[in-house]
Design a protein around this ligand. Structure first.
Ligand SMILES: [Zn+2]
Length: 148
């Protein structure tokens, strides 16, 4: 984090380091807000292309989608309303993980439960899904209740 006068700004350096520029004296809470806003923008920019691709591949449309902070879920799907929610934390993960959760939630429009039929769809659409599942599961060691 670098303090300087002027507009706050976030710069991604070498694709690995985030530089957060904020005014001197910016509170931790406001620094977090700036950072979360940036993560949200990153995520928002990635979703439409993925969604277009997977909606036509799977043959189901999400009526609406959004990004939210969730404590125990990577994503959720309101099947009746065809609405998909994605966890803001996915912005900090490889894009494959975002794609995996998106496909998972879209597949719920085909199958409500995490049963064999559900897994067969995942194998069909995203044969490497288990890899992302494991990455996200590692995270869940910190929080026993992660589900999606
Ligand atoms: Zn699920």
């Amino acid at each position: 984090m670098i303090e300087r006068r002027g507009c706050h700004e976030i710069v991604l350096k070498n694709n690995s380091t985030l530089q957060l520029f904020v005014n001197p004296g910016t509170s931790t809470q406001n620094r977090t807000l700036v950072l979360n806003e940036w993560y949200r923008d990153q995520l928002k920019a990635q979703i439409p292309d993925l969604l277009n691709h997977w909606q036509s591949a799977i043959g189901k449309q999400a009526a609406d989608w959004g990004i939210t902070k969730m404590k125990t879920r990577w994503g959720s799907c309101n099947i009746a309303q065809h609405r998909i929610w994605l966890n803001l934390e996915l912005a900090k993960k490889p894009i494959e993980c975002l794609e995996y959760v998106l496909v998972h939630e879209l597949v719920h429009l085909l199958e409500r439960h995490h049963n064999d039929r559900f897994k067969a769809y995942m194998d069909k659409y995203l044969p490497q899904w288990q890899r992302c599942h494991d990455i996200l599961k590692r995270e869940s060691l910190r929080n026993e209740n992660w589900v999606y």
